[in-house]
Ligand binder design. Structure first.
Ligand code: SAH
Ligand code: SF4
Ligand code: F3S
Length: 437
């Protein structure tokens, strides 16, 4: 009789790439007889796929590990692993702080998980934070054709060579690497055959993708030819890699959705220079004009850091000015967090209370813009890809072209369908609508 499958509980922190990596790690351990569970208490292995971007995110891992002590006490065979960017940044230190951890695996070595799992099952402790010469995706088995949802992530580029003065990503993810176009297309076709209708191409600097001539725009054009794939998105882009072809794709490629996340971080040239962003405010605004000329209804979003070392009131006001000029549909703002090993960590940051105040003011302005953009959608038609049943009977939830959550009521089965919808109202951070025809 085959033995009962072992159970794997994965908790994912951080960015969308970690979401993708968690799926791939689950698949890798699937070959070792693991199935995933949502219940940590019944797991034979717990894997925390971690994020190191800000201190709070990194420290959360240790408090979560602390909370797992009773689990390990109740089930001594339970294996605990730490993956992702904290694993990469802190390596052995994790085992020193948390002796209950059995396995530490960095984001570039998780194709070795099957061998690591076998070693751990035999009682060993394993730390693997190499940046191996081999490409993990080449080594891993083909993705199983399991229907998960109609929208999926697909990593096409990893790592970063930009070295913004505040950021750990170049150290945790390594140098910029692009996956070859044919591999991306093969994986995309498999996902579409499994029912995927929307792909979000992922990369720390996804628009720096150089896996084939023509760059990301060329890759998008090739993906758009896959029958059954209805929508394409990409994230995260860097302003300096936003080339003319990619901007033109927003005009010419109907499957490319009208949404662009283009982080600017600050509206002050002085701070942009101190951040080593290598572009000015004027250059960013020029890009935004180009993108809007190509696709007038595009929704723009950004990331901001407030309280960066040296940020004055005037610098912060310049950030508010930039936000007012651009009119974002969404944006994420963070209080600067000094990260070990980054150049900015050596510099003195503004008073935390000042940074808190700036964060609140910036978030209030962004929230006001989001509400205005959503209110302007009322009465308009959009396409929605339905992904979930709502809590109420007959309620369905999906994402509009512009990435807003939209709720409708319909007695049919809308799962995985793209339908035309008229937006009828705004409910806090989502829209409600009616299916047309
Ligand atoms: N590669 C992307 C995003 C990287 S991380 C880019 O270049 O924009 C996501 C966001 O986290 C960043 O855009 C930045 O706003 C924020 N971030 C990164 N490091 C940070 C730090 N040390 N403190 C606060 N926020 C940070
Ligand atoms: Fe970090 Fe800057 Fe690279 Fe983005 S571009 S991942 S913020 S170093
Ligand atoms: Fe965090 Fe690593 Fe992503 S630090 S934001 S999980 S690349």
């Amino acid at each position: 009789m085959p033995s009962a499958p072992k159970k794997l509980f994965i908790k994912t922190y951080g960015c969308q790439m970690n979401v993708y990596d968690s799926e791939r790690m689950a698949e890798a351990l699937g070959g070792q007889g693991y199935v995933t569970t949502e219940v940590a208490e019944e797991a034979d292995m717990v894997l925390l796929n971690t994020c190191h971007i800000r201190e709070k995110a990194a420290e959360k891992v240790y408090s979560d590990l602390g909370r797992m002590k009773p689990l390990k006490a109740a089930k001594p065979d339970l294996k605990i692993g730490v993956a992702g960017c904290v694993a990469q940044a802190e390596g052995d230190e994790i085992m020193r702080r948390m002796p209950m951890v059995d396995l530490v695996v960095g984001p570039q070595s998780y194709h070795r998980l099957p061998a690591m799992e076998a070693a751990v099952a035999g009682g060993a402790k394993v730390v693997d934070t190499d940046f191996p010469a081999e490409d993990k995706f080449e080594i891993m088995a083909e993705r199983p054709r399991v229907q998960k949802g109609p929208a999926a992530f697909l990593t096409v580029q990893e790592g970063c060579d930009k070295f913004c003065a505040f950021c750990v990503v170049p150290y945790t993810r390594g140098a910029e690497v692009s996956r070859p176009a044919d591999r991306v297309l093969t994986e995309a076709r498999a996902l579409v055959a499994a029912g995927v209708r929307e792909l979000t191409l992922l990369g720390q600097n996804v628009n720096a993708w150089h896996g084939a001539e023509g760059g990301l725009a060329g890759l998008i054009a090739a993906l758009a030819r896959i029958q059954g794939l209805e929508r394409i998105r990409y994230t995260t882009s860097h302003p300096n890699d936003m080339d003319a072809a990619l901007i033109a794709a927003h005009r010419d490629e109907p499957k490319l959705m009208p949404y662009l996340h283009l982080p600017v971080q600050s509206g002050s040239d002085r701070i942009l220079r101190a951040m080593n962003r290598k572009h000015t405010v004027a250059e960013y605004l020029w890009l935004i004009d180009k993108v809007r000329a190509a696709r007038p209804d595009i929704i723009l979003s950004s990331d901001f850091i407030v309280g960066f070392p040296g940020e004055t009131d005037a610098d912060f006001e310049a950030t508010l000015d930039l936000v007012r000029k651009v009119r974002f549909g969404a944006a994420y703002s963070f209080k600067y967090s000094a990260r070990p090993g980054t150049p900015a960590a050596e510099r003195e940051a503004p008073d935390p209370a000042v940074a808190d105040d700036r964060l609140q003011r910036l978030q209030a302005l962004i929230e006001q813009q989001t509400q205005e953009v959503m209110a302007a959608m009322v009465g308009q038609e959009t396409s929605v890809l339905f992904e979930r049943r709502g809590r109420m009977d007959g309620q369905w939830t999906g994402k509009s072209d512009h990435l807003f959550a939209v709720h409708v009521r319909d007695s049919g089965d809308l799962w995985g369908e793209v339908r035309r919808v008229r937006i009828t109202g705004v409910t806090s951070h989502s829209l409600s609508g009616q299916i047309l025809g």
